[in-house]
Write a protein that binds this ligand. Structure first.
Ligand code: GTP
Ligand code: MG
Length: 198
């Protein structure tokens, strides 16, 4: 039950994450893509994950536990925060790839992209890492409320086509999402429930 989500722990690196017990799903995406908002929307708790107009708000790996079971939603730091030095960015690439490759309890990745700028370099990098591990990915085209229905749908189809051409459409799905309008939430919840089932 996503409504039972509660803050569990913050970790600056993979090494300081909680023990690899149970199952977790990670939320990744470029800075400001709407990761924290999506977690709040899914859990019905607007104050759970800190959201901000300033990109780079979330700089730690934040764990939220679902009820009493060892099931977690993981809010990853946003990528591409302009004010971060290159060395820090490289450190984060390393951290993220380690997390995606080595985290045993990670069962799926939610990859958020602003619908107005989907499939940027960071997004394809994350996709490649996840697919190499044969991990399921749900792409959320976020802030879908910023586009009219027609253009939103054609963006979704364009991304779907790219996945098909890359031969990864068996592992990777794409859906529209808006935290503002609370749309796409049930579709996301259904996918996450499948992933988190033992
Ligand atoms: P970082 O933690 O900095 O990486 O950002 P984030 O991906 O967690 O983004 P966050 O949820 O903090 O949202 C960033 C900004 O986008 C905020 O100003 C939100 O209000 C806005 N936002 C998030 N989701 C939506 C949405 O569905 N529609 C609209 N219109 N704005 C949104
Ligand atoms: Mg955030």
């Amino acid at each position: 039950d996503f409504r039972k989500a509660a803050f569990f722990q913050s970790a600056p690196t993979l090494a300081t994450c909680p023990p690899e017990v149970g199952r977790e799903v990670a939320f990744a995406g470029r800075s400001n893509a709407g990761k924290s908002s999506a977690i709040n929307c899914l859990t019905g708790n607007g104050k759970l994950a800190r959201t901000s107009k300033t990109p780079g708000r979330t700089q730690l790996i934040n764990y939220f536990q679902l009820g009493d079971e060892p099931l977690y939603l993981v809010d990853l730091p946003g990528y591409g925060f302009a004010k971060v030095p290159l060395a820090t960015k490289k450190e984060w690439d390393k951290n993220l790839s380690e997390y995606l490759y080595e985290r045993q309890s990670l069962v799926g990745l939610v990859l958020l992209m602003d619908i107005r700028q989907p499939m940027k370099e960071f997004d394809t990098m994350m996709l490649n890492w996840a697919v190499e591990r044969e991990m399921a990915v749900q792409i959320l085209l976020t802030k879908a409320d910023k586009l009219k229905k027609g253009p939103a749908k054609s963006t979704q189809f364009a991304v779907q086509k790219q996945l098909k051409e890359a031969n990864i459409d068996d592992l990777v799905s794409v859906q529209l999402f808006s935290s503002l309008k609370k749309s796409g939430v049930e579709q996301l919840a259904t996918t996450l429930n499948q992933w988190l089932q033992p």
